[in-house]
Write a protein that binds this ligand. Structure first.
Ligand SMILES: *[C@@H]1O[C@H](CO)[C@@H](O)[C@H](O)[C@H]1NC(C)=O
Ligand SMILES: *[C@@H]1O[C@H](CO)[C@@H](O)[C@H](O)[C@H]1NC(C)=O
Ligand SMILES: *[C@@H]1O[C@H](CO)[C@@H](O)[C@H](O)[C@H]1NC(C)=O
Ligand SMILES: *[C@@H]1O[C@H](CO)[C@@H](O)[C@H](O)[C@H]1NC(C)=O
Length: 462
């Protein structure tokens, strides 16, 4: 029981006794400097690769809508603005394989391909259409884990192997064909990737590559995209297992003269974390990372474990501030099983789900920091604070209080007076409801930041 509660409980006058309490609760000033500009954001995203999209489509209709809202609604869910789809290479769709659109070899690299489109794409096609039409998602990233086996050194889409360079043009055509199926359905594929963890040979779809090999393919893919009227589709490379591996393959792309042909340098964070900026003028994305091992947790904070929500708020913060990322893409949106690989766990009967707090850590950023937002300077306070100027002029300020004491902040934006402000909170007992944000007579905005909480403000003004 604290002093204030004691006084109220015993009906004693609070004069004198309350002073230390007030001091403790004095607002911390956070200053946002709009003249200090950092990276431009592309947004926050999620993947439903390896047939996880099918798990959503198999849910009862009401649960299906609830999960889609949780992932894509910008008022009641995470409001993800990027969907990373797995572009298949497998001759079958058994197990969780992502099937190819060219099941049979045309005999030679110049043979006429026979493409087969099943209209499902492991459930991703329907989910993408809904994301675009119902939720207004505009960024779709089609990412091949491998080329079909017949284009590779090992004759298999799994177990590593490399793309045989004589098939470069055929593989570029293959990727363009896939983009066309989505475009025809009103789903703009805005980014294309042709590798996943090229430094790791996996028993599932995987293809090895160094920077030089990647560059040799990029030099074919870029002009092929342009010739197909797909100049606006950016090449994302290379989904390395970790940050230092990404730097190494990217250096090879640069020294092989393909740097100007790519749009985004992407990396996962399994083998090394996003702790410093990649040395590039392109946007950097942390495009996949998850706790693959931990027992399923829905906790925001329990012991600081790798699967907890507050840990993930910190992960995203670190990648944005220390590693200059323009996007953070969660790994599986949904999945069965007992690890923290997914944001939402589908039960074993396949008819219900449970939401982790990791989803709400993403939501705090994704719903306030919109595509095109420019990160700006912040100072003051010991919170993990980021601020962004959105394209519509609104200012997002995200404050993570990792401490054990409740606090409050007053946000002053230099040269900007707030006229309207909203705030949303996530902690152990809240999944991003609104909370009070008070506009001061001086144009600042104040709000509470409870212990171990994340509060995001969205401020309009002039
Ligand atoms: C929120 O989503 C709706 C579609 O559901 C879209 O029309 C609107 O532009 C989105 N708002 C923002 C701020 O992105
Ligand atoms: C090229 O793509 C643009 C949209 O990006 C479209 O408006 C135009 O009609 C396309 N042109 C051709 C020749 O397909
Ligand atoms: C951050 O990334 C941008 C590209 O988005 C780049 O221009 C800038 O130099 C990077 N900053 C640092 C500190 O690496
Ligand atoms: C903000 O308000 C103050 C006091 O009312 C005023 O002096 C200042 O010019 C305003 N700034 C902007 C950018 O409108």
């Amino acid at each position: 029981m604290n002093l204030l509660q004691l006084c109220v409980a015993s009906m004693l006058p609070v004069v004198g006794l309350a002073t230390p309490q007030l001091e403790k609760r004095q607002a911390t000033k956070i200053t946002v400097d709009l003249t200090k500009k950092y990276q431009t954001m592309d947004g926050f995203g999620v993947s439903l690769a390896f047939q996880r999209a099918n798990l959503i489509l198999a849910l009862p209709t009401d649960k299906q809508r609830a999960v889609m809202d949780l992932l894509f609604s910008n008022t009641t869910g995470a409001g993800f603005t990027i969907l990373r789809n797995g572009l298949g290479s497998s001759p079958d769709s058994s197990s969780d394989h992502m099937n190819t659109i060219e099941p049979k070899s045309p005999g030679s690299p110049t043979g006429t391909p026979v493409y087969v489109w099943d209209g499902k794409d492991s459930g991703q096609f329907s989910i993408s259409q809904q994301a675009a039409s119902v939720y207004g998602v505009k960024q779709f990233y089609a990412n091949a884990w491998s080329a079909p086996g017949f284009m590779k050194s090992n004759g298999n889409d799994a177990n590593g192997g490399t793309l045989s360079s004589s098939w470069n043009q055929a593989f570029a055509n293959y990727l363009i064909q896939y983009i066309g199926y989505y475009l025809n359905a009103g789903v703009p594929v805005t980014y294309i990737g042709f590798l996943n963890e090229p430094d790791y040979s996996a028993s599932y779809a995987s293809m090895l590559s160094n920077g030089q090999q990647a560059a040799s393919f990029i030099k074919v893919l870029r002009p092929s995209l342009d010739a197909a009227n797909l100049t606006s589709v950016g090449i994302v490379c290379c989904e390395s297992t970790g940050w230092s591996q990404a730097q190494s393959i990217y250096s090879g792309i640069k020294s092989s003269g393909a740097d100007s042909m790519i749009s985004v340098v992407s990396s996962h964070e399994y083998s090394s974390r996003a702790s410093s900026s990649l040395s590039t003028t392109h946007h950097s994305w942390s495009s996949e990372y998850a706790d693959l091992n931990g027992g399923w947790t829905t906790a925001w904070y329990s012991s600081g474990g790798v699967g907890e929500g507050l840990t993930w708020a910190n992960n995203i913060y670190t990648a944005i501030v220390n590693a200059n990322v323009s996007a953070y893409i969660a790994w599986e949106g949904v999945q069965g099983g007992s690890t923290n690989e997914k944001l939402i766990q589908i039960n074993s009967a396949g008819n219900d789900f449970q939401v982790s707090k990791r989803l709400w850590a993403f939501a705090q950023y994704s719903r306030t920091v919109l595509p095109g937002a420019v990160r700006v300077g912040t100072s003051g306070g010991s919170f993990k604070t980021t601020a962004f100027k959105n394209v519509d002029g609104s200012i997002a300020v995200n404050v993570i209080n990792t401490g054990t004491s409740a606090a409050s902040v007053t946000i002053a934006i230099t040269g900007f007076n707030a006229t309207a402000a909203n705030a949303w909170i996530t902690d152990s007992t809240h999944d991003m409801p609104t909370q009070v944000a008070i506009i001061g007579t001086d144009g600042s905005v104040s709000g509470a930041i409870p212990a171990r909480a994340m509060v995001s403000f969205l401020i309009n003004g002039a």
